[in-house]
Design a protein. Sequence first.
Length: 197
Amino acid sequence: MSSSPTTATPAERRLEELASAHGPRVLAYLARRTDPPADAADVLQEVLTTAWRKIHHAPDDPDHAIAWLLAIARRASANHRRSAHRRHAATQRLRAELAAYPPLAQPTDPGGYAHDDVRTALATLGDGDRELLELTYWDGLTGEQVATVVGASPPATRKRIQRARDRLAAALADERATPPVDQARSTPTRGAVSVTT
């Protein structure tokens, strides 16, 4: 606790005494029961938080106090294991769901744009336009669903999506109109005037 000994409440002093006297033993107990053992320090914090909430139940006898703390640690450790199990199960479910998705699209779309061209053009758009188009095309959401995500009305969102499409089309047209770097730097033919910047 952060209070100085003269301003600490009796409850704070009692928790400090318990943590000083029994903290290392409780940590060792948790390290043996926590996977990975490095999580034991986090679980110890949960133990001390619970002990603080129940400090008025803490036994005065040191032998009983360690047993009281270890009982709290046992429950906290079990909670930690259950949480870890739930996280692991959720991760496994997510992996299975992701494995069921079809592979990513081919390198070019039917319009002849390479994905790199689309990504480059998207990068020139503002964050709002990019988000609308990604939600629509990458995530496959309807206009109404996109409206819910961005917190706007469906008609306004449809209009914003159309404007974003127009800006993307213009950016793609600019991308196609710009010659590749190698072509732009090629040596001019004889008699041609070359202006470099």
